[in-house]
Ligand binder design. Structure first.
Ligand code: SAM
Length: 218
């Protein structure tokens, strides 16, 4: 390990304790993934000094890498055990997908901007996370080719729940998604029981918009 890697590792440990454990995330597998995945490699060099700070950061195209606590919380809400098929809508930097790669068997992630998808795929490959598959397209329609999913996580703000995402959940599967206006949303978790869906409101959040056929118009 280089001196630089050692410094990042200690910043990461501090991030997990002060931002994530302190706010109540308890899933030990999620905490381990947050301790392991190097967030700084998903961030542009000019923002790297802020890689373990308590907030989102710009990644280009007007988009952001989410706050570490929100990544951990959304991952915990999926209740993954390690043998699942997961879909992420909104690849962005690829960081959330890298965390999910530690928690599930296979991760499909879809991003509407081809340049972000390409860049994220490159980093995920460099990290050797070959159970993550990056796609380009409109994730509001889901990714039916690989459905059903045990978990679906949407990392952009939806005006309503996109019906295709509910349809692509397996029985007992969970959808975690911010829903609300462009200015502010509530993080929701939807759980499938046959043809019935239960939902819980978790916390207020602020995400960039989910733009697509079943989302906001461009
Ligand atoms: N999960 C990301 C990470 O770890 O860096 C953060 C994602 S950022 C908050 C939201 C992403 O959703 C943006 O990259 C945006 O381009 C993408 N997005 C918005 N609408 C989308 C859609 N319909 N399909 C796929 N991606 C979409």
């Amino acid at each position: 390990m280089t001196v630089e890697d050692g410094l990042y590792a200690s910043e990461r440990e501090h991030m997990v304790e002060s931002q994530i454990v302190r706010r109540g995330v308890r899933d030990v597998r999620v905490l381990e993934a947050m301790r392991d995945v190097p967030r700084h490699v998903f961030v542009a060099p000019e923002y790297r000094y802020l890689a373990y700070a308590d907030g989102p950061l710009p990644i280009g195209n007007g988009q952001t890498i989410s706050q570490p606590y929100i990544v951990a919380l959304m991952s915990e809400l999926l209740e993954l055990r390690g043998d699942e098929m997961v879909l992420e809508v909104g690849t962005g930097s690829g960081y959330q997908a890298a965390v999910l790669a530690r928690l599930a068997r296979q991760v499909h992630t879809i991003e509407r901007y081809a340049n972000l998808a390409r860049y994220a795929a490159g980093i995920l490959q460099e990290l050797g996370l070959d159970n993550v598959h990056v796609h380009t397209g409109d994730g509001t329609k889901g990714l039916p080719d690989f459905a059903p999913y045990t978990g679906i996580i949407v990392t952009a703000a939806a005006p309503n729940i996109p019906r295709p995402l509910l349809d692509q959940l397996e029985d007992g599967g969970r959808l975690v998604i911010p829903v609300g206006s462009r200015g502010g949303q509530v993080l929701e978790r939807w759980t499938r029981h046959g043809e019935r869906f239960d939902y819980e409101s978790i916390i207020p959040v602020a995400f960039v918009p989910l733009v697509g056929e079943q989302g906001w118009k461009d």
